[in-house]
Design a binder for this molecule. Structure first.
Ligand code: KE4
Length: 436
């Protein structure tokens, strides 16, 4: 990464933004990328390698977005690139079964034995949608429980008090979702077990499933409170509902066994994505064999996908998870902790109250003087301040998620010196932000 002054060139990005806006909503393929939550126009990325992304004006940045989670090994890891290249010369999609999807499924089942069987899909949204359809079929019930600030993709009936881009835009419900679509979607406060108990007391026998991000990542990072996940497990069991862990972010991120492995709470169904595709489009849902055998063509629950299990995503995912050793997680823990401590110390030095929540290599910074434990605390963070800090750091070569309500990601490619350079940039960036 070349040293640069604070003035960064952005001419080409601005031209691309103008071009893009003519043919794509806000010139982006996903809302959060448009910088609406932090202001200004996005920088358009030209290339990436390791922990560095470089925009079309040749500005390089230490990247803490990491494609929103998939790139736990960083960009263009040689093993992942090599696996994609070796697969690509034999074809990009067969629309037929092949060995690569079996091998990846076996690797996932080995790492998460509470998943006895799984089905690949092409996104986290599809994984969540399919898992809930299966839960409704298996229980014969319609209602589902989700948590305010949790985001499970853009399924109509889950866009109620969602997190990520929906929370960022303050859209408690997306337009275009007819009211009747969400009448079976119940919402509780994350980490508030009593709220879930009350829903079960009122609707218990009609609830098909509880779906939860076991570590919240879409309202910023919020770890589960002591006993929260165990409580959900006990409640769902006692009322005959299924427990679904949406591990699209946390799967293979917080441990090789995801959050279920880390906290030793076993769900009935798991949604996966991101890391298992190594940066290519992927999702998966799986769990108890009895449940998965209800999925077509074995059973009556229909779900399908043209590119599901495609050879390239399978190869990239397998190459990625094969590198996820205890040593790699230990290193990511050390780097995540160093970043967390450095951010807290810098905020303290600058006299601004800040909380940094972290689980392993996923973390978030909140400008608040009290712990962030649920959506109401998370949503009260100073998003304007975050937006100004985002740009102050961008000018200093650090690329944070362009929203206060997202997770930062540290990869194995984030060297100690890059963490140090991030922290060296953070204090002056925060001082500049506070002085404006
Ligand atoms: P996709 O459909 O975007 O592949 O996955 C949806 C999804 C499901 N579950 C969880 C826990 C997720 O975090 C996501 C998607 N994550 C967001 C970032 N918070 C993707 C970024 C974006 O929307 O552009």
């Amino acid at each position: 990464m070349t040293e640069r002054g604070l003035t960064m060139q952005s001419k080409r990005s601005k031209n691309l933004a103008e071009r893009g806006k003519k043919v794509m909503p806000a010139g982006v393929s996903s809302p959060v990328r448009a910088f609406r939550a932090v202001g200004g126009d996005p920088v358009y990325i030209a290339r990436a390698e390791g922990a560095i992304v470089t925009d079309v004006d040749d500005n390089s940045y230490i990247d803490y977005v990491c494609s929103w989670g998939p790139l736990i090994l960083g960009h263009c890891h040689p093993d992942v690139l090599g696996a994609i290249q070796r697969a690509a010369v034999h074809g990009t999609s067969y629309g037929a079964p092949h060995e690569g999807e079996i091998t990846l499924a076996e690797a996932i089942v080995e790492a998460m034995p509470w998943i006895e069987m799984l089905r690949f899909v092409n996104s986290g949204t599809e994984a969540a949608m399919s898992a809930l359809r299966l839960a409704r079929a298996a229980t014969g019930r319609s209602k589902i429980v989700k948590f305010e600030g949790n985001y499970h993709g853009h399924v109509d009936y889950l866009l109620v008090k969602a997190g990520s881009g929906v929370a960022t835009f303050g859209l408690p419900d997306s337009s275009g979702v007819p009211p009747q679509t969400t009448r079976d979607s119940l919402v509780a406060a994350f980490n508030h077990l009593d709220a879930v108990e009350n829903l079960f007391k009122e609707y218990g026998e009609t609830i098909a499933a509880v779906i939860v991000e076991p570590v919240a990542g879409n309202m910023g990072v919020i770890p589960p409170a002591e006993g929260f996940l165990t409580g959900l497990r006990q409640l769902t069991q006692s009322y005959g509902a299924l427990l679904i862990f949406d591990e699209v972010i946390t799967g293979f991120r917080v441990s090789r066994g995801g959050a279920a492995g880390l906290y030793d709470v076993k769900p009935d169904l798991v949604c996966l994505g991101k890391i298992i595709g190594g940066g290519l489009p992927v999702g998966a849902y799986g769990g108890d064999r009895r449940l998965m055998e209800l999925v077509a063509p074995l059973g009556p629950v229909y779900q399908a996908g043209t590119l599901s299990g495609n050879p390239l995503a399978m190869a990239a995912g397998l190459a990625t998870i094969r590198k996820l050793t205890p040593e790699l997680y230990a290193l990511c823990e050390i780097k995540g902790k160093a970043l967390q401590q450095g951010l807290c110390e810098a905020a303290n030095r600058c006299g601004i109250a800040a909380q940094v929540n972290r689980v392993g290599s996923m973390l978030s910074l909140f400008f608040l003087d009290h712990p962030v434990i649920d959506s109401s605390t998370a949503f009260s963070t100073d998003r304007t301040l975050y937006g100004r800090l985002f740009h102050a750091l961008l000018r200093r070569g650090v690329y944070l998620p362009p929203s206060a309500l997202e997770s930062w990601f540290v990869s194995s490619a984030h060297s100690e010196s890059l963490i140090e350079r991030t922290l060296e940039a953070f204090t002056p960036a925060l001082q500049e932000t506070l002085s404006n």
